[in-house]
Design a protein around this ligand. Structure first.
Ligand SMILES: *Cc1c(COP(=O)(O)O)cnc(C)c1O
Length: 391
């Protein structure tokens, strides 16, 4: 893997050495079950509470408002289903957006089959939800608004603070999937006025299978996984102590110096975007130019099949994505790219490059250089491109 360039950090990130080191004792000598009363158990419990402190501090929450889950997906499922079930008497209406992660969208769709009504708000050409549209969609039956903090495919950052003001005033619970946003921008649950927030360790150099849901004190939400009394009776199951410890350490490191981290990423991202748009014809940038995550570049190449592009990049030692990792492998074009108004064939020719700590600015150059050759080669095989070129 030495010479490879990994630019798929929105799919997952490598585990940091320091995080692994913090985890290892809990996979070996400190194996205790945190629910037990003797020394081994107390040691595990103490470690979980330190991690809870670290997560709370990173997002401006209280420790008792943090609940560990098995993934970001589980946190999303719990937030949405939990609020839906606990507030049924009050109403059956949920508001979300057309560009959410499938963990949110598919949960909302499942609830529609169970008698809930869901409004899927459209987005503008940059993938942005307008706060005004949220306001207009709220009815006296609305129990939840769920809008992501930053989009995993096109990197667009949503106006969460403004939406939070609206939901607060309307007395409607507000959930945000902040999975991509942790470590990329300042997140303070009180400043943003969010009541529920999902995050996951493996998107910020922590372990896979470690997530958390922030639940504002007093927010009405039902238990999602029943069983033992873990997580103060709200999320049953013996804790994955090592993963929780890793999540805590990783979020502490990821939020220690966000400006330094994002400044580096932005340099790579902008170098990549500027060069691609200038040097390869028939390309467009998807997502917002400025309100975008420091790590993300998403480009459509006309007359190109995204999957072929990915395979050829892979052969050159570059790991990127054609959309979201969860949909690659399927032939449906990305719902996010369709929602911002791209035609099917253009959406199919899209590439997502997400930079991270393993990259250098020179990587951006190497990817662009390879892309120029690959795109020219693929277009040479395209009959459609032939017609355009000859006109
Ligand atoms: C990765 C991701 C998830 C899912 O998190 P997992 O821990 O992989 O289940 C949810 N939402 C967004 C925006 C993501 O990028």
């Amino acid at each position: 893997m030495d010479n490879r360039i990994y630019v798929d950090h929105s799919a997952t990130t490598p585990l940091k050495r320091e995080v692994l080191d913090a985890m290892l004792p809990y996979l070996t000598e400190n194996f205790g079950n945190a629910s037990t009363v003797y020394a081994e158990g107390r040691e595990a419990k103490k470690a979980i509470n330190i991690a809870r402190e670290q997560v709370a501090k990173a997002i401006g929450a209280q420790e008792k408002e943090i609940f560990f889950t098995g993934s970001g997906t589980e946190a999303d499922n719990w937030a949405i289903r939990g609020v839906a079930m606990a507030n049924r008497q009050k109403g059956n209406h949920i508001i979300t957006s057309a560009v959410e992660h499938h963990a949110v969208l598919h949960t909302c769709m499942a609830l529609e089959k169970e008698g809930f009504e869901v409004t899927y708000l459209p987005v503008d050409e940059y993938g942005m939800v307008s706060p005004e549209s949220v306001k207009n969609a709220i009815t006296d039956k609305t129990i939840l608004v769920t809008i992501m903090t930053a989009n995993n495919e096109i990197g667009t950052i949503m106006p969460i603070e403004e939406i939070g003001k609206i939901t607060k005033e309307a007395g409607v619970l507000f959930h945000t999937d902040a999975v991509q946003a942790i470590g990329m921008m300042d997140i303070d649950v009180n400043k943003l006025n969010v009541d529920l927030l999902s995050l996951t360790g493996h998107k910020f150099y922590g372990p896979k299978g470690s997530g958390a849901l922030y639940i504002r004190q007093g927010a009405k939400i039902s238990t999602f996984i029943t069983g033992g009394g873990q997580e103060r009776n709200r999320r049953a199951g013996t804790e994955n102590v090592a993963a929780i410890v890793g999540l805590g350490k990783a979020i502490e490191l990821a939020t220690a110096d966000i400006p330094a981290h994002t400044t580096k990423l932005m340099a790579m991202r902008d170098r990549f975007i500027d060069r691609v748009l200038a040097e390869i014809p028939y390309t467009r940038l998807n997502g917002h130019r400025t309100e975008r995550m420091a790590s993300n570049a998403n480009i459509s190449f006309e007359f190109i099949e995204g999957e072929s592009l990915l395979l050829m990049l892979d052969m050159k030692g570059i790991s990127a994505s054609s959309g979201s990792a969860c949909t690659s492998g399927s032939l449906d074009p990305s719902h996010v790219l369709l929602a911002i108004g791209l035609k099917h064939e253009v959406a199919h020719g899209s590439l997502r490059v997400t930079f991270g700590e393993s990259n250098k600015v020179e990587d951006a150059d190497r990817i662009v250089d390879e892309l120029k050759t690959i795109v020219a080669r693929l277009r040479d095989m395209s009959p459609l491109y032939e017609t355009v070129k000859n006109n």
